[in-house]
Design a protein around this ligand. Structure first.
Ligand SMILES: Cc1cc2nc3c(=O)[nH]c(=O)nc-3n(C[C@H](O)[C@H](O)[C@H](O)COP(=O)(O)OP(=O)(O)OC[C@H]3O[C@@H](n4cnc5c(N)ncnc54)[C@H](O)[C@@H]3O)c2cc1C
Length: 455
């Protein structure tokens, strides 16, 4: 890029994979010409790598070690505990930086839109995931695990994670980072049967084969599918023929049609071709009414008019995530993303807004694995640097620093050194409890205290 008088300053909002891959791309693509300040509303970096990826998937969680190196680059600074829209406005950021990248993810559950959805005992899978991952927003949530039967609605990997955590014993999770209060609550669980419900069939389910195999290999639970649910219509059979991934899934699940497996205390029933139509109950969830479904001639799911009711006391809804709008930033209310062209934020007239960019789930929606965000962020950064390089020298340079704004608001920012204190406290806690590598601190006050132990 063209040489500038001083390094360009870029704000990255959100320190999940997309934000940190964007900071890495900035440093790599612009050499010594850039400074990246990474903000997060939480005192902790890594987004869903810390608060989404399942605790019993340590190899994926270890991506945090790679992302840590980005935060430790001399051109990158971490500003934890700073929320865009609460502590800083979009306008303030644009006053302080040459450009801003929004990478705030998508952690709100989509609604089912059926009666009874708001009953106690009907909860978003995100809340449950946040809780077992030790997210401070969910530290005081409680989940009634006293029912023997529960339903998880959704047939994707997040639903599988939730089912697996419900099926495992606290002993299975003891060497993971789940907070102590979560282990205790799971230890009191009376759940015996978990129904995983999908509107479509096995060929359309969004699982990955690896996650399915893991479910089938659980010591504590057997997995079942009714043979009828595994019957493939011609279109699904063709898909299973042509798509290696679908073929793998169907093969794993075909082994689950065998019937009873004795000796395992919990049971998982995968129920395809069932659409939730009502969550039943007066004061709390007492059942889930399902309508049987099939694909019509156009390939769309349609109800058959045949119903059944599952006697469940807890319903966990995992039917997709969506982003939330950021104050003042354009938002597509239908697609639930910030409208953009290769990461350039588009204004209402469809043309790029100067100096505003997006990366990650808020850019493209909640799809892909952690690594998908790397190429996605690199594309955004290429366009950002090309736009800045095309700017006449000195024009539009920021007039303020973010420190001035944050000091004026008396905001106690969590620095990278503060986060390392919290990190060390979690590692020490695990050691003192003879658990695994880390045990998460989940409460805001405990996290703040661990960040600044001397105060
Ligand atoms: C339950 C679950 C399990 C998953 N498991 C896997 C897995 O096993 N393997 C895999 O490859 N992928 C997995 N994924 C997908 C992966 O986590 C995502 O691809 C990735 O995290 C998306 O990155 P992101 O940076 O866009 O969003 P996020 O990771 O959500 O990061 C967004 C960050 O922005 C911050 N933020 C939000 N709003 C603001 C604001 N207003 N101001 C400041 N900061 C803000 C948040 O605190 C967060 O840290 C999983 C996802 C989920 C939901």
């Amino acid at each position: 890029m063209a040489r500038m008088t001083a390094p360009v300053r870029v704000a990255v909002v959100g320190s999940g994979p997309a934000g940190l891959y964007a900071a890495e791309a900035l440093v790599k693509q612009a050499g010594g010409e850039v400074r990246a300040d990474v903000f997060d509303r939480l005192p902790t970096p890594y987004g869903l790598v810390r608060y989404g990826v399942a605790p019993d998937h340590p190899s994926i969680k270890s991506i945090a070690r790679y992302l840590q190196k980005v935060l430790e680059h001399p051109a990158v600074r971490f500003f934890g505990g700073v929320e865009l829209g609460r502590d800083l406005t979009r306008e303030q950021l644009l006053d302080c930086y040459d450009a801003v990248i929004y990478s705030t993810g998508a952690m709100v559950d989509r609604q089912l839109g059926v009666p009874g959805e708001d009953l106690p005992g009907s909860v978003a899978a995100t809340d449950f995931v946040n809780w077992y991952c030790g997210h401070p927003d969910a530290a005081d949530h409680t989940f009634d695990l006293s029912a023997e039967e529960v339903a998880v609605i959704g047939v994707g990997n997040v639903a599988v994670d939730v089912v697996r955590v419900l099926a495992k014993t606290p002993e299975d999770l003891r060497h993971t980072d789940v907070p102590e209060h979560v282990l205790e609550a799971l230890g009191r669980s009376r759940v015996r049967r978990i129904h995983m419900v999908g509107r479509r069939g096995p060929a359309q389910a969004k699982f990955t084969t690896k996650e399915l195999r893991e479910l089938g290999a659980l010591d504590n639970a057997s997995v079942h599918v009714r043979p009828g649910d595994m019957e493939l219509d011609p279109a699904s059979a063709a898909l299973a023929e042509s798509d290696r991934h679908v073929r793998g899934n169907v093969k794993v699940m075909a082994d689950w049609t065998a019937g009873e497996v004795a000796g395992k205390p919990r049971r998982i029933d995968v129920r395809f071709w069932r659409a939730p139509v009502e969550i039943l109950g007066t004061d709390r969830v007492e059942g889930l009414k399902l309508e049987h479904t099939r694909l019509d001639e156009t390939g769309r799911v349609t109800g058959t008019g045949e119903y059944e009711t599952l006697p469940v006391g807890l319903v966990l809804r995992s039917v997709g995530y969506q982003s939330v709008p950021l104050a003042g930033v354009p938002f597509d209310e239908r697609a639930h993303v910030v409208p953009n062209d290769g990461g350039r934020v588009l204004g209402p007239d469809g043309t790029p807004l100067p100096r505003e960019y997006v990366a990650g789930w808020i850019k493209r929606g909640p799809t892909g694995v952690v690594g998908t965000n790397k190429s996605d962020a690199a594309e955004t950064v290429r366009n950002l640097l090309a736009d800045l390089a095309a700017r006449p020298p000195g024009v539009g340079r920021p007039e303020h620093t973010v420190e001035e704004v944050l000091e004026a608001g008396c905001l106690p920012v969590v620095t990278y050194a503060d986060w390392l204190n919290l990190d060390a406290a979690e590692i020490a806690l695990a050691r003192s409890l003879s658990r695994g590598e880390r045990v998460k601190l989940a409460r805001w006050d405990a996290m703040r205290q661990a960040c600044r132990p001397e105060r």
